[in-house]
Design a protein around this ligand. Sequence first.
Ligand code: HEC
Length: 202
Amino acid sequence: MAKKQPLKSGEKILLGIFGVFFCLAAIGYVVLESVRLTSDKPMFTQTTFFNFSKEGKEGHGYYMKANCNACHRALRSGTSMGLSLDGVGSKRSVDWLEAFLLNPEQVYEGATIDHGFGKEAGRIVSRLSEDKIRPIAVFLSELKAIAGSSVSKIPPPERSEFIDGMVGSWAPEEWKEKYEDVRDRIKREEAEAAEEAVIDAR
Ligand code: HEC
């Protein structure tokens, strides 16, 4: 029988380093899991939500059938090849979504990757009959996100003095004319819509 060779010192050191890493990983895993199981706070805040209308539910059916999921993620299923569509309804209006599906390049004002004439998603959309596009747009517009999440265009309701101060002192002067604070814009748009409603009612 061959004599067992003792480990060389280099091997011992390597084995020791591996052992330390292994133990740290095991301890980390146990700590993480025990915190996760005993904590009453959720690990991740849910930032997207939905409440479907009848047309939206119908649109979800068409969306699933057309296999938009092959590239998009929504409602916890799908892939991340294209954009995640959870919360898209807080960023885009139903009319925007419908217009995008029908004329992606025009709406994007530039080249698209997959939507558009002759492209993969474009072909899928063009095979859908026209009465299905609107319900799909309605379905997408009902995928909402809470204000302040990365998929919402509305910032969180509370103001940050620090950020306001930084913008106030560092933003170039011309930005103040060029851009409008999105919170002021939302207020202005709401006021305008209310005014229009009053005029329409007359
Ligand atoms: C082959 C992959 C693919 C498929 C299939 C696909 N998409 Fe897309 N989608 C994309 C990509 C990529 C973009 C980004 C725009 C672009 O470059 O085409 C996008 C963008 C979008 C947007 C715009 C989102 C935004 O906020 O700008 C919507 C809405 C959308 N897709 C809906 C759909 C629907 C509905 C279907 C099914 C009928 C579908 N997509 C099928 C890849 C795909």
